[in-house]
Design a protein around this ligand. Structure first.
Ligand code: FE
Length: 129
């Protein structure tokens, strides 16, 4: 199910940082978010629409200062597109359900996938098991 809302509703629903990251393609400063050093078991949902995105089971310490996962919990909820901003080519990651910007995915992650989903804490809402 696709979720679309007027920008004003997202702005009202989210904190300024959550809005800037998820709806304006922002990036929180490294080591500033709630989840880069968070280790409880549970599920990370989209802060905008609640879709299940990532699991603590696939989280690893990347040393980057952003929460990092080697795979999505539900691949159908996590979509990607090419991003040519900042004079480089990266693969942008967003919520398939509401379009929230989450972060980027790189190919220098650990086994078993080799993927590193580098995600803003501001895009996530943790739910403990
Ligand atoms: Fe979403």
């Amino acid at each position: 199910m696709k979720i679309t809302k007027p920008d004003s509703e997202w702005r009202a629903q989210l904190s300024p940082r959550q809005y800037e990251v998820t709806r304006r393609q922002g990036t929180e400063p490294a080591f500033s978010g709630a989840y880069w050093d968070h280790h409880e078991p549970g599920v990370y949902r989209c802060v905008c629409c609640g879709a299940e995105l990532f699991s603590s089971q696939h989280k690893f310490d990347s040393g980057t200062g952003w929460p990092s996962y080697f795979q999505p919990l539900r691949p159908e909820n996590v979509a990607t597109r090419d991003d040519y901003g900042h004079s480089m080519h990266r693969t942008e990651v967003h919520c398939a359900q509401c379009g929230a910007h989450l972060g980027h995915v790189f190919d220098d992650g650990p086994p078993p996938t080799g993927a590193r989903y580098c995600i803003n804490s501001a895009s996530l809402k943790f739910e403990s098991e």
